[in-house]
Every structure is written in structure tokens, then in C-alpha cells.
Design a protein around this ligand. Structure first.
Ligand SMILES: [Zn+2]
Length: 650
């Protein structure tokens, strides 16, 4: 059995080595294509190995550029991107590869196993969704559409960025910033002609600070209005984009863009997505109304859109004033990590053992993962913030569990990276509860990749998993970070050893669920609008009318007519979420549903947890998640679990 490859990346020779690798790959592909009687093992397997080799070569650079960023890593990284893009574009448009896959799929349909079938299906689908198999005239039109689309998407975000940067509100009266937290105020503060002034902008932290804490209602409205009426010129772009997306879908053989989007996702039809969203909507409304009533009671005028964040914050303070420092002392980094390992051990019977090896930073560490005493994978943790690391938290898969042509197994490995406060000498790294949730989330992704049993790398671990199901394993695991039984295993005061109290845990849960029905409605408004908008061609006023009609159901406070939210909806008009915004909720439902089943079985010694391990985690992307879900839950998805998880009563 082969062990793990040593993490290495030689920046000095990287570009030369990359060029050589790509050149060799191109030659190999060429000669593979020339062979007669291509078979799965002579062609598809080799294509996968080539792909995997490139992945293993490139991942360390991408990783270093994120965690040990320097001018040098940036330079090598940005020099390598066009090379990789050119190479993969060429492959994705190579019709000979597509034909070879089709031929093998046909010839070997009796003998291929599920994993191999899935590899072929996904590859063929990939070609077909880009139109590589169509006639030249159609392909030419598709290329034009793609180019135009990316220009429009780029313009959309540029307009939004310009509008965001153009605006500022200068406040000189101290009274108008009374109650805004110190750190936000420090960021806003500047001195001009000896006078202290405050600048608020439409950039996220600044905008949110005034909307949440700004005491002057007139200023709140002014800033709100500026925010929701940004980039009016995007209206035209939206119209054009929708038309192009529709045309593209038609050329590729789909009725509309929603259907095109779902072709590579777990959800099976537009109707099932809409039914799913509607069910959540109907069941959240009652509680959202109650929540709003409670907020309304705090203010003596009728609540407007630009009031809700402000009064919601007042209510939150009144109901659940959580003092972060009071909680942090229970979450010392090392005990959280050990606690998480112990929890995973009790839940899935897997074991982590520390490896002594030198890595890219002295704070990074690695662990071997064992199942039933057998070495299965390696996990790299790099959890503390430092200057050279980009912000946020993520999981990055490195090696992938697979078998090569000689039937030798390659084990999986993955990085989990966070930005927790750094520990030093005698000061401990104390986490916020949010950090603990983040760590559970990323570990959910990591074990999804690490516990794969699949032999074909393209559908092993997180590879080949449908886009709307990718967040299921991560959200599933993060739910346990609120469970008393789990928290009490490791949430101990770092000095006294006192275990976190039930009251404190309840506070964390309550604060998570605060106003949850209202935020559910908001998310549903975005999701339904996005999805319906892509079911047919909407033009001119029809777009606003569609949004208004959805808001009749979702917006409990009347939205002012100057609100043109759609012109700033970058997720779907400049990002990759078109007809896919629903995915957030979709994966949450799967995770909530599975979570409650495990909880109802007492968490530890839960049969469902083991079935989840054996079906979802071992299975990777070798089947659709909808099949896996039925297999380990032994029933269909129950949408109401998500309402329960958010504390929504209906
Ligand atoms: Zn995630």
C-alpha cells in the first residue's frame, strides 16, 4: 500500500516543471486517442491518472499561496493559472475525448461498475453542458454567448463596485453615532480641520454598522436608500443576461436555464425545487409574523425596512446578551481539537493519531486517520491566523482515495485551514463559539473526502459530488457543535476545568435561532426569485413584477419602491449561483434531517451515524446524493427538519 506523498513545492522550478508536465500530458492524451479499441482501463483510467497527477502537482502551490502567501507564491501562482486554463479548456473542447467516452460507455455497459459508469456519465455530461458535441454553427454561437455573458457579468460587478465606492455619508454630530460599537466607530473616524468626523460607506462592515446601531433614523434611511438603489444601469444587463442564458439553454437542449442548472445538481426538477421552497415558506410565515410583532413593540412608529436591523439588535441585546469573553474561556483551541477528534471517534469509530513531520509552518500539524485500526488517510490542520494567510476557513483536498492501473491504492489527504487567534508562549488560543462551529463545518468536508472508499478518483471523496449537496456533510457535522452531549465532552474552562453549563449552551442555541423565521423568509425570497427568474424569459417590468409578487408572500414589512435589490444581486448575476441560490437551503435540509435522526438515536452508538459513514462518506461522488440519502436514512427527505433545527414552530 502506498503511503502519503511528501508535501513539497519548489517555487524556483515550478513553472518549468509545470510546462513539462502539461506537455507530457498533451502527448500522452494524443497517443491515447490514437489507440484502437479504447477501453475503460486503457483510456478512461489513464485520463484520470493524468488529471490526478496534475492535481497533486498543483495543489501544494495553491495551498502555499493561501497559507504562506508571498510575492513569490503570488507570482508563480498567477503565472501558472493561464497555463492550466489553456490546458483544461483544450481538453474540455476536445470532441475526440468525448467520442471516446461515448464509445466506451456503449461498448462496456454490461461490465462497468457503478463508479466507472458514474465517471463516464459525469464526463459526458460536462462535454454536453458546454456544447462541445454540437455542430460548428451552434458551437460558434455558444462561444459568442459565453463571451458576452462574461462581459456582462463583469460589467455587473464593476457597476456595483463603483456605486458602492462612490457613496459616503459624513457625520459630524456625536449624537448621531451614539451606541455604535467602538471598533466600528474607530474605523469610521477621521479628523478634518480639527473637527472629529465619521465616514460611513456602503461597504459591508460600515453599512451594517450604521444600519444595526445608527441611532438617527433619517440617516439610516438615507444610507439604506443609497444602498438599495445602487447601479441602476444593471437593470439592462440583467435583461440581456437572462435572454442569453435562455438562448444558451435552448441551444444545449433545455427548455430554460433552470433546467440547464439542475442537469448537474441533486434536485431532480424545477417543480421539486419550487415545491421545496414553498413548503419552507408556508411553514415559516407564522413565526416570522410573531418575531416581527416583538420587534415592532419596541418602537413607537411603524417599522420600515431601514428600521428592522436597528430594532432587531435592541431586542437581541434585551433577550440574549451573550458576552463573548465569558464563553471563550471554555473553548481553548487544543482542547477543542482533541474534543472534536474524540467526538468523531465516538460517532464514527475513527481515530486520529498525530504524525511527527515538518510542515510549511510550525503551527501546522498532521494526523493519520485510522478506521478499525487500519490506516486510511491523512489530515493536515493549520488553524491559527498569521500575516501570510488569507482570511476565512476552508478545506482543500489533496490526495484522493483511488486505485491505479496496477490495482495499488492511493490514500486520501486533505487540509483544514482556519484563522483562529494565535497562541503564544503562555497565552492560550481561545475560540469564539462561532469558531468551534467553523471547525466542525470544515472537518465535515474533510472526512467526506478522507473516508472515501471509491477506486475512481474523479468520483472519490468530494470529487463528483453534486453542487447542491456539497455542503451537506459539513453542515451535518456543524449542527453537533450546539449539542449539549457533544459540547460537554470538551468545553471546559481552560483554567479551572469547569464544564460549560446547560444555561450557557441554551443561550448559544437561542441566539442562533433568534429571528430565524424572518431570516428564513429573506433567504427564500432570494431563492424563489432566482429560480423563477430562470424558468422563462422575463423582460423589462416583468422582472420587478415577479419580485413584487414574491415579496407579497415573503416580505412582512412593505419594501419601498426605490428598493432595486436585484441590481445588486451579484450571486446570481455576477457569480455562479444562477438558478442555484436554493442550494443553501437544500443542503441545510439534508443536514438537519440526518442530524435529528442521529440525535434521536442518542448520538453515540447511533446506527444512522454508522450508515452515514458507510454510505455517504465512503461513497463520495460515485452516486447521486439523492440515492445515498435514501439509502442511509431509509426514507425520503423531511423538509420540516430544517424548521425544527432553526427553532421555527408552525
Ligand atoms: Zn462548506
Amino acid at each position: 500500500m502506498s503511503k502519503f506523498i511528501k508535501f513539497k513545492c519548489d517555487l524556483d522550478t515550478f513553472i518549468d516543471d509545470l510546462n513539462e508536465l502539461l506537455e507530457n500530458n498533451n502527448k500522452t492524451i494524443e497517443s491515447l486517442l490514437k489507440e484502437e479499441n479504447k477501453t475503460y482501463s486503457s483510456f478512461v483510467k489513464k485520463m484520470q491518472l493524468i488529471d490526478e497527477e496534475l492535481e497533486l502537482f498543483f495543489t501544494p502551490l495553491a495551498h502555499l499561496n493561501s497559507v504562506n502567501n508571498s510575492d513569490k507564491t503570488q507570482k508563480v501562482y498567477s503565472d501558472s493559472l493561464p497555463l492550466i486554463t489553456e490546458y483544461s479548456t483544450k481538453i474540455s473542447q476536445n470532441i475526440d475525448i468525448y467520442n471516446a467516452y461515448k464509445e466506451i460507455q456503449q461498448n462496456e455497459k454490461e461490465s462497468l461498475n457503478q463508479e466507472q459508469k458514474r465517471v463516464l456519465e459525469l464526463n459526458i455530461l460536462g462535454f454536453e453542458l458546454s456544447g462541445a458535441h454540437l455542430d460548428d454553427k451552434t458551437k460558434k454561437r455558444l462561444a459568442e454567448i459565453n463571451l458576452k455573458k462574461s462581459e456582462l457579468q463583469n460589467d455587473f460587478s464593476q457597476n456595483l463596485l463603483n456605486a458602492t465606492n462612490e457613496y459616503e455619508k459624513i457625520i459630524t454630530d456625536e449624537k448621531d453615532v451614539d451606541g455604535i460599537p467602538k471598533s466600528d466607530l474607530e474605523n469610521a473616524k477621521f479628523i478634518e480641520d480639527g473637527i472629529t468626523k465619521y465616514r460611513f460607506t456602503l461597504q459591508m462592515p460600515s453599512y451594517i454598522a450604521y444600519m444595526t446601531y445608527g441611532p438617527n433614523r433619517g440617516i439610516r434611511e438615507e444610507i439604506y436608500k443609497a444602498y438599495v438603489s445602487r447601479a441602476p444601469e444593471n437593470e439592462k444587463i440583467i435583461e440581456e443576461l437572462l435572454e442569453l442564458r435562455h438562448e444558451m439553454s435552448n441551444l444545449l437542449g433545455f427548455k430554460n436555464y433552470s433546467e440547464y442548472s439542475l442537469a448537474s445538481k441533486m434536485a431532480d426538477s424545477p417543480q421539486s425545487v419550487l415545491n421545496f421552497l414553498d413548503k419552507l415558506l408556508q411553514n415559516s410565515k407564522k413565526q416570522a409574523k410573531d418575531e416581527l410583532r416583538e420587534v415592532q413593540e419596541l418602537c413607537d412608529h411603524s417599522l420600515e425596512s431601514f428600521d428592522s436591523a436597528y430594532y432587531t439588535e435592541i431586542l437581541k441585546k434585551k433577550k440574549y446578551d451573550i458576552d463573548e469573553d465569558e464563553i471563550r474561556v471554555y473553548f481553548e483551541q487544543k482542547s477543542v481539537v482533541n474534543g472534536l477528534f474524540e467526538f468523531l471517534n465516538k460517532l464514527f469509530h475513527i481515530e486520529f493519531k498525530k504524525v511527527e513531520e515538518k510542515l510549511w509552518d510550525e503551527k501546522a500539524s498532521s494526523y493519520d486517520l485510522f478506521v478499525d485500526g487500519k490506516l486510511r488517510a491523512r489530515l493536515y490542520l493549520d488553524l491559527e491566523a498569521r500575516k501570510s494567510k488569507r482570511g476565512g476557513a476552508w478545506m482543500h483536498n489533496y490526495q484522493t482515495h483511488s486505485k491505479n492501473e496496477n490495482q495499488e491504492i492511493q490514500l486520501a489527504s486533505a487540509f483544514v485551514v482556519c484563522n483562529f487567534p494565535a497562541s503564544s508562549g503562555n497565552s492560550a488560543s481561545l475560540l469564539r463559539h462561532d469558531d468551534v462551529v467553523t471547525l466542525f463545518h470544515e472537518m465535515g468536508h474533510a472526512i467526506h473526502h478522507l473516508l472515501s472508499n471509491v477506486d475512481e478518483s474523479e468520483v472519490s471523496g468530494v470529487n463528483g459530488v453534486e453542487w447542491d449537496a456539497v455542503e451537506f456533510p459539513s453542515q451535518f457535522l456543524e449542527n453537533f457543535a450546539y449539542e449539549p452531549k457533544v459540547l460537554k465532552m470538551f468545553a471546559k474552562h481552560y483554567k479551572t476545568g469547569e464544564i460549560i453549563s446547560d444555561e450557557m449552551i441554551q443561550k448559544l442555541v437561542n441566539s442562533k435561532n433568534f429571528m430565524s423565521a424572518s431570516s428564513m423568509l429573506r433567504q427564500l425570497e432570494f431563492s424563489i426569485f432566482d429560480f423563477k427568474l430562470h424558468t422563462k424569459i422575463y423582460k423589462g417590468n416583468e422582472i420587478q413584477n415577479l419580485l413584487d409578487s414574491i415579496r407579497e408572500e415573503t416580505a412582512l414589512i412593505k419594501t419601498p419602491s426605490y428598493n432595486k435589490f436585484q441590481n445588486g444581486f451579484a450571486h446570481i448575476f455576477a457569480g455562479g449561483y444562477a438558478a442555484g441560490y436554493y442550494s443553501y437551503k437544500w443542503a441545510e435540509v439534508l443536514s438537519a434531517d440526518a442530524f435529528f435522526k442521529v440525535v434521536s438515536e442518542g448520538i453515540f452508538d447511533s446506527k444512522t451515524a454508522i450508515d452515514y459513514r458507510d454510505v455517504v462518506l465512503n461513497g463520495g461522488g460515485a452516486k447521486s446524493m439523492s440515492e445515498y440519502f435514501k439509502e442511509f436514512m431509509q426514507r425520503d427527505i423531511d423538509t420540516d427538519s430544517l424548521l425544527r433545527l432553526n427553532g421555527i414552530k408552525y
